[in-house]
Design a protein around this ligand. Structure first.
Ligand code: TEU
Length: 592
């Protein structure tokens, strides 16, 4: 039949064998900011349980809970002091059991964060490790003697910079050695070279929670466990800086595949889903090895191509707001979409998480007159890409970045805070440099994902009864909130619901289909085909605040492009142009 229009490349998009997580829609929850059930100003586990019906109503099939474990919270829970207990202000193990059974009784799956590149410095393993050089757990972390420079000054074992703008080594006075931490000093890196350490990690962090009934893990920093032998210096990119970015050395190290295969075997008796966080991995063959079904390592990864768009290279903040063009975004999307073409691998579709600023503010427009259309258009993009779909709390109601006029004191995250302090130190608090740093932080910092969820127009946006919330509630919570959007058919929330229904109805095309961009170089519109064995869908998106001409591609005789869903009402026609931030999805129908 002429109109089925097979693409030139064979349609082998992803191994479509029925794994529950492939057609899944994962809703990510950040416990501190989702819902406070006990009025202490901080979200908690019971708060999450109280909102499960809401999460299900959006069309999500799985929830991912960011770290709920006991922790001194230097990096908001990514510094775990005990894998087997819950951070007391969040609740108890019983509350987690209730959350797990609350999910399962509703037909939802639940995955939790697995943070095993490092622990908190308060974890008992590190406390033992640092107690003396001869302690049996000394080798569970990465300890090295000092080096000395030409002037006899003590210097760290290498020149690596941590992910948080500081030295990656901290000197331990008591035992006179340095320990490695790729993140905060309060997050020492575990030594994965030691088989005994790995065994303990698997038992405490993985099997403990699988036995409790969780359905899998989002695996933090999944490519950093294996460090290069002898920990060499990183190349000097910034001669003025004391420490150098070293991600190309500590990501994807020599034993990564071996470690992930071993971890896979630990999970094999359970029907799990794993999604690994995979920054700094430009080498496609490495990525494919992590996620090829035959390799048995991870089910899928989060690549950073899309969320890195517009960020600086030396450091993420070394940029100015909106420093990107649409062709760059298209190329980034293509990198993760192409991963499944002709392979047995699987991929993900996402634009937000707890480490990213809000997508409307970054990729479309958060101006009052555009933000609803922007939110709907980005929902269409996210929900028509192949792979498992991830939505971050608040994305479904179009939450935007914190207001520009909030002072730097409102930013609570260690990453933005350290960067700002670093610039202050390096420039002797030069006002121009600080203003540039603040502008970059206002555009890109992780804090924008972490202010409280906006539920309704009551004080504190319905997040907490306590006026002292741990982060300030957004000034626009009266305008952007769940209750108001429930009642509005045209809201971003109700558009996401419709879009997820469409995604499910056309799953072969939208979840599993072959992606092919049509207007690679166009700076204003973004169009692509999704193709399955016997049908095709066309998505057209306007990324500007102006109308854009729309010329639909010619289809072969016997075929017609029928509009399945648009982000605008279409009662009046106007099919020849796309309105500001409009998105449309057409399905190719064959006349019989
Ligand atoms: O992030 C790992 C990571 O690579 C970060 O540097 C990420 O690129 C950065 O946050 C983007 O601004 C994971 C977690 O997602 C993050 O929240 C933790 O802080 C980090 O690991 C340490 O556990």
């Amino acid at each position: 039949m002429a109109c089925t229009a097979q693409p030139a490349t064979s349609v082998a998009a992803g191994n479509t064998q029925g794994k529950w997580w492939k057609d899944g829609v994962v809703y990510q929850v950040y416990p501190a900011s989702f819902m406070d059930s006990n009025g202490d100003g901080l979200g908690d586990i019971r708060g999450i349980t109280s909102k499960l019906d809401y999460i299900k109503s959006i069309g999500a099939t799985t929830i991912w809970v960011c770290p709920h474990y006991d922790s001194p919270q230097f990096d908001l829970g990514y510094d775990i002091s005990d894998y087997e207990s819950v951070f007391p202000p969040y609740g108890t193990l019983q509350d987690m059991d209730d959350l797990i059974s609350g999910c399962h009784s509703r037909g939802l799956k639940i995955i939790v964060d697995l943070v095993i590149n490092h622990t908190s410095y308060l974890h008992k393993w590190f406390q033992e490790s640092r107690s003396s050089k001869s302690n049996p757990k000394r080798d569970w972390y990465i300890w090295r003697p000092a080096k000395y420079n030409a002037n006899g000054r003590r210097i760290p074992p290498n020149n690596w910079r941590s992910n948080f703008s500081t030295n990656a080594w901290t000197w331990d006075e008591a035992t006179q050695e340095y320990y490695l931490h790729l993140f905060c000093p309060e997050q020492p890196d575990l030594n994965w070279e030691n088989p005994e350490t790995r065994k303990a990690i698997y038992a405490s962090a993985i099997e403990f929670w699988l036995k409790k009934g969780v359905d899998g893990f989002r695996v933090d920093t999944v490519n950093m466990y294996s460090k290069p032998k002898d920990l060499p210096d990183a190349p000097i990119i910034n001669p003025k800086a004391e420490h150098q970015g070293a991600a190309s050395l500590y990501c994807n190290g020599p034993r990564m595949h071996e470690f992930l295969s071993e971890m896979h075997d630990v999970m094999a008796p359970y029907d799990t889903m794993t999604v690994g966080e995979c920054p700094n991995t430009p080498d496609r063959s490495k990525v494919l090895k992590y996620v090829s079904a035959a390799e048995k390592q991870l089910d899928m990864v989060f690549l950073f191509d899309v969320v890195d768009v517009g960020q600086g290279t030396e450091t993420k903040y070394d940029t100015t707001p909106r420093n990107w063009t649409l062709p760059v975004l298209k190329k980034a999307v293509n990198n993760s979409q192409s991963l499944i073409i002709g392979t047995d691998a699987w991929t993900t579709s996402f634009m937000e998480n707890h480490d990213q600023a809000r997508s409307i503010s970054r990729f479309a427009s958060d101006a009052p007159e555009h933000r609803v259309h922007s939110g709907r258009m980005l929902a269409m993009l996210n929900a028509t890409l192949s792979g498992t779909l991830f939505i971050y709390q608040g994305q479904e109601i179009g939450m935007i970045n914190m207001p520009e006029d909030w002072p730097i004191e409102e930013y609570k995250d260690v990453e933005s805070g350290n960067f700002y302090k670093y610039v202050a130190r390096a420039t002797n608090s030069d006002p121009v440099a600080l203003a540039k740093a603040k502008a970059a932080i206002q555009h890109l910092s992780r804090d924008h994902a972490r202010y409280p969820m906006c539920w309704d127009s009551t004080p504190q946006g319905g997040f907490s009864t306590n006026p002292k919330t741990w982060m300030r509630v957004h000034d626009l919570t009266d305008e952007i909130n769940v209750a108001q959007q429930e009642a509005d058919e045209g809201s971003v929330l109700n558009f996401w619901r419709r879009m997820l229904k469409v995604r499910q109805d056309y799953s072969k095309l939208l979840v599993h289909g072959y992606y092919e961009v049509l207007d690679e170089k166009n700076e204003h519109t973004y169009s692509y085909w999704k193709t399955s064995k016997d049908s095709r869908a066309l998505v057209v998106l306007n990324f500007t605040h102006r109308a854009q001409d729309l010329e639909l591609p010619k289809v072969e005789t016997g075929g017609r492009l029928n509009l399945a869903i648009s982000t605008y009402e279409h009662s009046t026609g106007a099919f020849d142009s796309l309105r500001p931030y409009e998105g449309r999805l057409y399905i190719l129908e064959c006349e019989t």
